[in-house]
Design a protein around this ligand. Structure first.
Ligand code: ZN
Length: 310
């Protein structure tokens, strides 16, 4: 196999490279530049001729390393009963120990409003409030959560995805729920800034498990939060309500080596809209949003438990 090849045998190669090199590599069946780079790295590490071609020698070595590391030990990678877990992510940093907001770009000022502090809406702070509330609600309902974000710092995406991967590799299963709010450019007119509103749910492209979670979650939000809010849907691409975009957090966490793992991202309104932010920070509305998320956690758990942990 070499650059330009594609098909299931490339997928197998990519899967093994990913496990052995312990780094993210898309398992798409296309022998492109990143696959070639991974082959070169493997060849370099195992003193093979570094040509980026997965020839018979390279494949034999890769098989041997893979088998030694994973095949015999795969039963040891998890112990006891497998368990459902929700990975909870909150976008951007929060407010540090000195009281400073650490992600300056992700906030909005709404004159004459109290918001979080003197008229400022801090996205990362609010994302954390709802994420923490969701974790509390899940815990009370007997659903285990793993927090992927730092209390206030902006941590790197690779730190967060590796944390998730390490749990999944040990047999835990579940999905990622990431909390955000949206924004448009502050150079828009005041009227447009306020009028651009609405809740959106995002997941990765294609018809996959994340897609199912996103659609079900959208229904939960609508029935729980109700008609007092505005909802934005994308009907152009595949006919369902979720937005399918290449958000890095979703692309990286929609881990292809765990086919039953999904990732969704909520944009709880636009923080550039005064109307939306007033709605978002209202405690009763926050509780409703958490209840909607809990419904989704229960729904995903039930579905996965039936398949993985009957
Ligand atoms: Zn955000």
């Amino acid at each position: 196999m070499k650059r330009g090849d594609n098909g299931p045998q490339v997928k197998t190669l990519q899967y093994k490279l990913r496990k052995v090199l312990n780094r993210s590599l898309s398992i798409d069946g296309d022998y492109g530049p990143s696959t070639e780079k991974a082959v070169r790295l493997f060849q370099d590490l195992y003193s093979l001729t570094v040509d980026g071609h997965a020839g018979s020698k390279t494949q034999a070595k890769l098989d041997a390393v893979y088998k030694a590391m994973f095949k015999q030990n795969s039963e040891l990678l998890h112990f006891g009963k497998r368990r459902f877990v929700v990975f909870v992510d909150a976008g951007h940093g929060g407010i540090d120990e000195k009281g400073k907001y650490v992600t300056p770009g992700k906030r909005a000022y709404h004159k004459d409003e109290r918001m979080h502090e003197r008229g400022h809406y801090y996205e990362g702070f609010e994302n954390r409030l709802i994420a923490e509330g969701f974790i509390e609600a899940c815990t009370a309902a007997g659903i285990m959560c793993v927090r992927t974000y730092h209390p206030y710092k902006d941590t790197s995406l690779s730190d967060r995805t590796e944390l998730i991967r390490s749990w999944l590799r040990r047999g835990y299963y579940g999905y990622l729920h990431s909390f955000h709010s949206n924004a448009i450019s502050s150079s828009n007119s005041a009227a447009k800034l306020d009028a651009t509103r609405g809740y959106m749910v995002f997941n990765t492209r294609g018809n996959n498990f994340s897609d199912k979670i996103a659609n079900q979650h959208f229904r939960h939000v609508k029935e729980t939060v109700g008609d007092a809010w505005k909802y934005r849907t994308q009907t152009s691409s595949d006919g369902d309500v979720d937005f399918e975009v290449n958000f890095q957090i979703l692309r990286e966490t929609d881990l292809q080596e765990f086919y039953w793992f999904g990732a969704i991202l909520d944009e709880w309104g636009f923080h550039t809209s005064k109307t939306d932010t007033k709605f978002i920070i209202e405690p009763e509305n926050r509780i409703k949003r958490i209840q909607a998320c809990l419904k989704t956690a229960r729904w995903v758990k039930k579905g996965l438990d039936e398949v993985i942990n009957p």
